[in-house]
Design a protein around this ligand. Structure first.
Ligand SMILES: O=C(O)COP(=O)(O)O
Ligand SMILES: [Mg+2]
Length: 229
């Protein structure tokens, strides 16, 4: 154990640890084109991500001709999830420096967690596919606690603390879902500028921003100094 100021660091998944935009976009376009709708340019998909796959579907429908009745959404959501699960890591990769950063935190005795709005089983599958699942003491998904408890509610982050025990914790994310959840849970939050930011990164309300994972360890050390006054 070292004197690193945080004992637990939680990570968002889509747009934070992993660039999942291409594979999520392919799954969304599979559903849209099946409905006779146009595909969405993959470069535009990151702007539609946040809040889970069901919200991705709703935003995709709105973008390509309009919403569908509520009753039509469940089978389309299931189709999107099935396609995504079967094609989960064709394009998905960790962002540069992610693995070295996880090594650096682990070497400092930090316990690592994933806290995502993705369905838990998809989070496990994609982390296994890119070889990172074993790094995390726990993986908590948008459905882990049941409906209505995903980010921006604090529940998933409070569950992380419940599972991993006492000690200072911090969270790393890319959207307002993450910064709002962290604030509600009372955790400091670092935002990554390279993710699927739903607001300009300076407006996300994070305590600090990093442009590369090389900056995470020193940024967390500096945050703790500020918090200590
Ligand atoms: O799946 C989403 O919409 C967002 O997932 P995340 O919480 O890992 O960013
Ligand atoms: Mg994210």
């Amino acid at each position: 154990m070292t004197d690193f100021p945080f004992r637990i660091v939680g990570f968002d998944l889509d747009g934070t640890l992993l660039d999942t935009g291409g594979d999520l976009g392919m799954a969304l376009n599979h559903v849209l084109t099946g409905l006779g709708r146009p595909a969405i340019a993959l470069g535009e998909v990151p702007g539609l991500i946040g809040g889970g796959a069901r919200m991705l579907l709703e935003r995709g429908l709105a973008r390509t001709g309009g919403a569908l009745p509520e009753a039509d959404l469940a089978p389309l959501h299931a189709e999107l999830i099935a396609y995504y699960s079967a094609n989960i890591a064709r394009h998905t990769r960790p962002y540069p420096g992610a693995e070295a950063m996880l090594d650096a935190l682990a070497a400092r005795g930090v316990t690592l967690a994933v806290v995502t709005n993705k369905l838990e089983h998809l989070a496990v599958e994609v982390l296994e596919a890119v070889g990172l699942a074993g790094r995390f003491a726990t993986i908590i998904g948008g459905d882990t606690l049941g409906p209505g408890r995903s980010k921006p509610a604090p529940d998933l982050l409070l569950e992380m603390a419940r599972r991993l025990g006492d000690g200072p914790a911090a969270y790393v994310g890319d959207t307002t879902y993450d910064t709002r959840a962290a604030a509600a849970a009372g955790l400091p939050c670092v935002a990554v500028s390279f993710g699927f930011n739903d607001e300009p990164v300076a407006s996300l309300g994070a305590d600090a921003v990093i442009d590369h994972f090389d900056g995470l360890v020193p940024t967390l050390e500096a945050l703790a100094v500020v918090a200590a006054g």
